[in-house]
Design a protein around this ligand. Sequence first.
Ligand code: DC
Length: 227
Amino acid sequence: MSRPNGLVISIDGTAGTGKSTVGRAAAQAMGYSFLSTGGLYRALAYTVFAKHVDAADPKAVLETAKSLQFRFERQPDATLKMFVNGEYLGNKLQLDEVAQTASKISTYADSRAVLTEKMRQAGQDGGIIMEGRDIGTVVFPDAEVKIYLDATAEVRADRRVKQLAEQGVQTDYGQILASIKERDLRDSTRKASPLKPAPDAIKIDTSNMNREEVIEAVVKEIKRYAA
Ligand code: DC
């Protein structure tokens, strides 16, 4: 398929595999835009939270999803800055309550369909790398290049502990590992768009790779397609 601005590239995979870091760097190398689609789920969760909508009620969440207008502006670092009903939500989307609610509402098929449509609009002209859980399987099953990143739960827990330690937050490795395993299970067994590699995805196990090696591997796959 030919798109005006270039290819659509999907990067899916479990949490903590470096999808965002790698996707952003690869987008910079290609002169593409980068969108982390978890942001749309987080924006919906934030709005549900801020407007005191009952997160356990799929119909109420769907109405909230329909009320959201998204606008994206490309930044010099390739990321797409997201405005939700005209507002930049920034760090509010990183709150733990927001992440928890996002995880819950991402199991609702009707709300997923609304957000999926927004993602398609953002990416249809190509020249974009989109990171998420179902980009290569549901959002863009016709993406030209599909990457699926994975790493063992132990490696991901270790990375998370180190990342938090750098921010001065001391954590318990066992607890982090258990929480990663719990999220993996929920993401991969939910009925609506479960996390799984597309049949035509290139799978990369990042357990024994550093950041630069993963970026290099992903850019190589993209260039191989484009050549
Ligand atoms: O990647 P993240 O942590 O920002 O994602 C937030 C939540 O949204 C997470 O629980 C998984 C869900 N999500 C999803 O179901 N499908 C996507 N394409 C992206 C995120």
